[in-house]
Design a binder for this molecule. Structure first.
Ligand SMILES: NC(=O)C1=CN([C@@H]2O[C@H](COP(=O)(O)OP(=O)(O)OC[C@H]3O[C@@H](n4cnc5c(N)ncnc54)[C@H](OP(=O)(O)O)[C@@H]3O)[C@@H](O)[C@H]2O)C=CC1
Ligand SMILES: CC(C)CCC[C@@H](C)[C@H]1CC[C@H]2C3=CC=C4C[C@@H](O)CC[C@]4(C)[C@H]3CC[C@]12C
Length: 419
């Protein structure tokens, strides 16, 4: 066993389970008149009737979004030939959620302040639900997996590692994909809704804040971008095609995403961001610009991958495409397209750079008011560097010499001419 494997399978699971779970509850106490102690964590960690009611209503809403009739998108096939199905109604979900909850908070802004006060209990309830879900996914994956034996509902011999990493790739719950339900619907939209709640709560307390508005607006546009990208690309991502449904992905999306990704906004309520209107305008343009460019990068890949024509025009000339051969898990030869021009010709993961810029624009309005707004961009840099490493390993293994050809044409991983 290599050192990386040892750390990955034996050290990371227990460490992350304790540290991140505890941190997720401790952080809900920031910006409040309560000591950051284990006793305070314990006091709120079981939730209360109001918190459980809010959570129940929101779970019903996200479940409903995947239960209503809609067209479907197919994800990457498993060795057995099984093709996971996802609902293609991300945009409808975005606008209806915004209309429903936006309407509720506009007519009852005092509810936003009440929910802000309930955050420790709400995350107590979400944490319990996420743990129960991960436990159920472990038991189900081990005892009655939905996936065929050749798809390898994979177990690593250690219960803790299986809990952390997950067993199955595409488990379902009440007939819907657990990944789409938890990541795309509960996590991403829950994060956006909580940030809107904090924004309205701050208005209730101190009136309109332009820097907070900029932060919330960039995040709203980012969520809209995700909803557009959900059916066009997210179902081919590492999260869907490779990562199994366990603590990392499921707890991460259910608790860490709405909690930690929204921490700066949660703290803006008690510690308002102070930034000049000029600088706020700069962050707004930076954030929206980075979202548009990131969308363009996702779109260029989508354009080349989905086109049936042998020549694909990009920026007025034929796109440079590597027709990469690979062998799938059934031993069947297949071809895929690697774009080597446009943004994908500048660096192999330029989208990750824009991703970090987006998170900087969302949090930067609060940079002068404390350390908390620096946490999210720092976390993103670590998360994306780890992801870059995993993705490059995956592509090297999958495409072999074709990946090396792409790397020779596009030698930069992240930032053109630098790295
Ligand atoms: N906010 C957050 O916490 C995070 C956000 N993100 C964002 O989510 C989005 C998706 O991220 P992610 O899935 O990691 O990465 P990408 O969208 O970059 O997809 C990577 C995959 O694309 C394919 N690929 C690689 N190079 C090329 C190429 N030149 N031409 C065509 N296809 C290529 C490979 O898959 P294949 O096997 O299909 O060839 C590779 O595994 C990004 O916008 C990212 O910034 C990502 C991580 C965290
Ligand atoms: C603390 C840990 C246990 C790690 C938790 C990690 C997860 C919270 C995140 C891992 C991958 C993340 C995502 C991938 C791609 C995305 C597309 C983007 O456009 C929106 C965000 C996201 C869904 C993002 C969400 C957080 C992760 C699931």
């Amino acid at each position: 066993m290599s050192l990386y494997e040892f750390v990955h399978t034996k050290i990371v699971p227990p460490l992350f389970l304790v540290v991140f779970t505890l941190a997720s509850q401790l952080l809900t106490l920031t910006g409040r008149d309560e000591p950051l102690t284990l006793a305070s964590v314990a006091k709120h960690s079981l939730g209360n009737a109001q918190a459980w009611t809010i959570l129940f209503m929101y779970v019903l809403w996200v479940l409903l979004s995947l239960k209503i009739p809609s067209s479907t998108v197919t994800g990457p096939a498993l060795p057995s030939g099984f093709e996971p199905q996802f609902k293609a109604n991300g945009i409808l979900f975005f606008w209806s959620t915004l209309a429903l909850f936006g309407g509720v908070f506009l007519s009852r802004p005092d509810w936003a302040l009440a929910i802000h006060g309930l955050i420790p209990e709400l995350f107590g309830a979400i944490n319990i639900t996420a743990f129960l879900l991960c436990l159920w996914l472990l038991v189900k994956g081990k005892l009655f997996p939905e996936e065929a034996p050749e798809d390898g509902a994979d177990t690593a011999g250690s219960l803790l590692f299986d809990f952390y990493r997950g067993v199955e790739l595409h488990p379902t719950f009440l007939g819907v994909s657990v990944k789409q339900l938890v990541i795309c619907r509960f996590g991403v939209m829950g994060w956006m809704l909580l940030s809107l709640v904090y924004f309205v709560a701050a208005i209730q307390l101190r009136g309109f804040s332009y820097p907070f508005f900029v932060s919330a607006l960039v995040q709203l546009v980012y969520t809209l971008k995700f909803s557009l990208y959900e059916s066009a690309g997210y179902f081919d991502s590492i999260d869907i095609a490779f990562d199994r449904a366990g603590y990392y992905l499921i707890w991460g999306s259910m608790v860490w995403m709405p909690g930690f990704y929204g921490l700066h906004a949660y703290n803006f309520v008690s510690n308002p961001p102070i930034t000049s209107p000029f600088l706020s305008l700069f962050y707004l343009i930076l954030g929206i610009g980075a979202i548009v460019l990131e969308y363009r990068i996702d779109y260029e890949k989508y354009l080349v991958r989905s086109s049936t024509s042998p020549t694909i025009m990009m920026y007025g000339k034929p796109a440079e495409v590597i027709h990469a051969e690979y062998t799938d898990q059934n031993g069947k030869k297949r071809t895929s397209r690697l774009v080597a021009s446009g943004f994908w010709g500048l660096a192999r993961h330029l989208n990750y750079v824009f991703e970090v810029i987006i998170y900087v624009s969302i949090t930067a309005p609060g940079f002068s008011s404390g350390l908390i707004p620096f946490l999210l961009p720092s976390f993103m840099i670590i998360l994306l560097l780890h992801r870059l490493y995993r993705d490059e390993q995956k592509c090297k293994k999958k495409y072999g010499k074709y990946w090396e050809l792409y790397c020779s044409k596009v030698p930069y991983r992240l930032i053109p001419w630098i790295y």
